[in-house]
Design a protein around this ligand. Structure first.
Ligand code: HAM
Length: 419
């Protein structure tokens, strides 16, 4: 019998690992510079950790969880997301007593039994961040600013941050009432699932992927008319802060997100070139969750990015390729200068992966090697060039070449990769 990986669960092979490690490394550096520390929770949790928090009428809980009984007949679930386990851990270890505001990040595999397609897997990977212990709109603003900056560092520019507020529990109820009224009039054309959703959890109609339901959802009332004064004030201040700090966003009145634990701010980050699965990340506030898990009243906000979708997005963007440089050299003298230049590039751009020729290969074979290693640019150093203290930098995507002074190679590379 020939074994294969389980459908929707992929091997990440050595040839593809560089981009994964680079994203993880960049995320760690960036998140730690904002004061986040890593948390690692188990893959398996008691099933109720998810059913209670995500909501037992959501798609994730009703259709997508990998749930099974262990030998002692306990119901366990492979984590479909990272927020609920973190809140479980936060309450279990009384982390609120460690510091009044905890900034946590995580990265790793999540499991959802969805129908696999491009950008949708059954084992996928998230990078996530959670700020637990703040009710202020500043926490929302900072986290959105942080994720937007990090996506740019990854090389993504073509993304949209959709922003909305669901309001507090009371506002959500008021909104649900208005939505129900609107949907009742359209009930006959909605899908079977949505007919049930109207009764059980009306907000979930707005996440339905059925074409007719999507059309109906488009003209549904937005959440803004249901916001109470403090929630409206929070949302206005958040939008104002983002505008003043030049973080671009698009207010989207009927964005509700597919998990029940959200209250207040919600956001979704999309990359328009990705088609059906265009959400590269999402997040929001979950001010009731810590209390629901038995902890103290605690405001919290967070997000998670889908790594596979980020990698797909990077492939669509000119600056999105991995920052790999290859220093190609011809002759002993050039090799020594090449090693020195490679060292300088590594020092000045710690994120850059720099290859040099260690085989004394021909220029043609070095160029081939550069291509195999996904080099974004090649620094070419030949004997003739060395005599006039110059090097050639070739942009592998545009095929453009420039001749630069040896000393300014790192500066010129920075310009090309936009560092
Ligand atoms: P989510 O929207 O369910 O939120 O997932 C976040 C991101 O994970 C999505 O935007 C997408 O990029 C990726 N993703 C989800 N499902 C799949 C899949 N089947 N295949 C590939 N990628 C997928 C959460 O998980 C929340 N915990 C986010 C959060 C953190 N909210 C507050 N804190």
């Amino acid at each position: 019998m020939k074994y294969k990986a389980i459908r929707g669960m992929e091997d990440i092979l050595p040839k593809d690992i560089a981009i994964w490690q680079w994203l993880e490394k960049t995320a760690r550096m960036e998140l730690e510079s904002y004061g986040y520390t890593e948390i690692r929770t188990p893959i398996l949790e008691d099933t109720s950790v998810f059913t209670r928090s995500i909501g037992d009428t959501t798609d994730i809980v009703t259709k997508e969880m990998y749930t099974f009984k262990d030998k002692k007949s306990r119901s366990l679930t492979m984590r479909p997301e990272g927020t609920a386990p973190i809140v479980r851990s936060y309450v279990e270890h009384a982390l609120s007593q460690v510091t009044p505001q905890l900034k946590l990040y995580y990265m790793g595999p999540m499991f959802r039994s969805e129908r696999p397609q491009k950008g949708r897997l059954r084992q996928f990977h998230q990078i996530g961040a959670e700020v637990i212990g703040s009710n202020s709109y500043f926490a929302d603003a900072e986290i959105i600013m942080q994720v937007s900056g990090m996506l740019k560092l990854f090389g993504l520019t073509d993304f949209i941050i959709k922003l909305n507020s669901l309001g507090c529990k009371k506002d959500k109820e008021a909104f649900a009432g208005k939505l129900k009224k609107y949907l009742k009039e359209k009930e006959s054309i909605l899908c079977k699932d949505c007919k049930t959703r109207i009764k059980k959890n009306v907000l979930r109609v707005l996440d339905c992927k059925n074409e007719t339901c999507v059309q109906v959802a488009r003209s549904a009332p937005g959440t803004s008319e249901s916001l109470c004064t403090p929630c409206k004030d929070h949302f206005d201040k958040l939008k104002n802060t983002l505008t003043k700090t030049k973080v671009k966003f698009k207010e989207t009145g009927n964005l509700v997100r597919g998990l029940d634990y959200y209250t207040g701010t919600v956001f979704e980050i999309t990359h328009p070139s990705l088609g059906g699965q265009d959400a590269i990340g999402a997040g929001g506030r979950y001010d009731s969750l810590v209390k629901d898990f038995g902890g103290p009243e605690t405001g919290a906000v967070g997000y998670a990015l889908g790594m596979e979708r980020i990698i797909l997005g990077l492939k669509k963007e000119p600056k999105g390729t991995l920052p790999v440089a290859y220093v190609a050299t011809l002759g002993d003298e050039a090799k020594i200068r090449g090693i020195q230049i490679a060292e300088k590039i590594r020092k000045e751009m710690p994120n850059m992966i720099v290859f040099t020729d260690t085989k004394d290969a021909s220029l043609k074979s070095q160029m081939r090697n550069a291509d195999k290693n996904n080099a974004k640019l090649v620094v070419i150093l030949g004997e003739d060039e060395l005599k006039i203290s110059k090097a050639t930098i070739r942009d592998m995507a545009t095929k453009k070449q420039i001749s630069v002074g040896l000393e300014s190679v790192p500066e010129e590379i920075k310009k090309i990769v936009g560092a």
